[in-house]
Design a protein around this ligand. Structure first.
Ligand code: PLP
Ligand code: TYF
Length: 395
């Protein structure tokens, strides 16, 4: 009956993570999957989240509503848009709790497939691969806009704007507002404004995918692009708590749709609930309660923000340390990109062969595209990574 079923090659990043685990070398270093590990190489349990866990305990577990926990949804809105955003005051935002950031993008794609079908979807080149997959699954054709300027290891802003201007009016455009995966390069504030002008003029439907809020500059500053955009036009915002709450396996995310008025937002919320009902009925409760408890309590929230600041500061320090160590080994290898890029990832510019060399010779694992997860660096492994990087760069 299923003889024709083709094998699944696996997700390249998750497969690489499996290869890392199977690698018998003691000195191996995992800089592949986008997971933050602390100075000791462990996925942290945040103190704020542990306190929330103790507070919620385990009581009865009824179904959550289709749209999720009310405190969670309120927390998402305040975090993403800020407490005083006009769209919030005007009750123009429809927000649901989702199954991670992936679930948010998936429900966004399903919603758009039903209500704005047949449009072209543009994603950055390169991007998180699932942007293509999730929108294709929903029935869209996906294409790309230029983003990465290989020569300057920065944003190809001219190419990006040109492509957004050339795209058919009303296209769907996916933007990562901060800590771009996989390149680590973001638009400057001026570039954000210029892109917003083009997007609004063309009537494009913008889907922001914010998976790393707090890992760029701060929780507040990282949301600035989204907040300013939402003052000018409707948009969709997917957010993930996997990284900034260190709650990968709990699958916590949110989807917010900024609408024209409260009546439209009410109807849009209804359709989001329907999309959830047809997909998985309602989101899971324990992760939802953890996030809702932290975001809903001033003390826990402040503690959480300090913990996010701590993760970001550590990643920035590791970027500097790696750059220093590489410079100490060689003047010929350019390390400026490590310092100008931000968030969990850096695009190194290394070729697939160079990445393979690092993996095979030294047990240092990067993604084949040359993406390095700087959140996997620590004081113990930086010297080895620096040596491996220099050797591969000069090979
Ligand atoms: N969007 C981007 C850009 C990501 O990098 C990721 C995951 O790393 C996601 C969405 C998915 O987030 P989650 O793990 O919460 O599903
Ligand atoms: O880019 C990454 O490493 C993260 C983690 O199917 C991830 O997005 C990778 C693959 C995947 C889900 C999450």
């Amino acid at each position: 009956m299923f003889g024709h079923v083709e094998p699944f090659a696996g997700d390249p990043i998750l497969s690489l993570n499996d290869s890392f685990k199977a690698d018998p070398r003691a000195e191996k270093v995992n800089l592949s999957i986008g997971v933050y590990t602390d100075e000791k190489g462990r996925i942290p349990v945040l103190g704020s989240v542990r306190s929330a866990y103790e507070r919620i305990g385990f009581a009865e577990r009824p179904y959550l509503p289709m749209e999720g926990h009310p405190g969670y949804r309120e927390g998402v809105q305040k975090l993403v848009f800020g407490g005083g955003h006009p769209a919030r005051a005007e009750k123009r935002i429809a927000t649901i709790q989702t199954i991670g950031g992936t679930g948010a993008v998936g429900i966004a794609a399903d919603f758009l497939a039903k209500h704005t079908p047949g449009r072209t979807v543009l994603v950055s080149d390169p991007t998180w691969e699932n942007h293509h997959g999730l929108f294709q699954r929903a029935g869209f054709r996906t294409t790309t806009y230029p983003y990465w300027d290989r020569a300057n290891r920065s944003v190809d802003f001219t190419g990006m704007v040109r492509a957004l201007e050339a795209a058919e009016a009303g296209s769907i455009v996916i933007l990562q507002p901060v800590c771009h995966n996989p390149t680590g390069v973001d638009l400057s504030e001026e570039q954000q404004t210029a892109v917003t002008d083009v997007l609004v003029a063309k009537g494009h439907i913008v889907v922001f995918d914010m998976a790393y809020q707090g890992f760029g500059t701060s929780i507040e500053a990282d949301a600035a692009f989204v907040r300013r955009f939402a003052e000018r036009a409707s948009c969709l915002v997917a957010n993930s708590f996997s990284k900034n709450f260190s709650l990968y396996g709990e699958r916590c995310g949110g989807l917010s749709i900024v609408c024209r008025d409260a009546d439209e937002a009410e109807r849009v919320l209804g359709q989001l609930k329907l999309a959830v009902r047809r997909s998985y009925s309602s989101p899971p409760m324990t992760g939802g309660l953890l996030v809702a408890t932290v975001l809903g309590d001033d003390t826990l929230r402040a503690r959480w923000i300090a913990e996010v600041d701590g993760m970001r500061t550590r990643m920035d320090a590791m970027r500097r340390l790696l750059a220093e160590r590489i410079r100490a080994l060689s003047n010929e290898v350019d390390v400026d990109f490590l310092l100008s890029q931000r968030g969990m990832f850096s695009f190194t510019g290394l070729s697939e062969q160079q990445v393979r060399d690092m993996r095979e010779k030294d047990g240092v694992y990067l993604v084949g595209s040359g993406r390095m997860c700087v959140a996997g660096l620590n004081a113990d492994n930086v010297p080895k990574v620096a040596e491996s990087f220099v050797a591969a760069s000069q090979a």
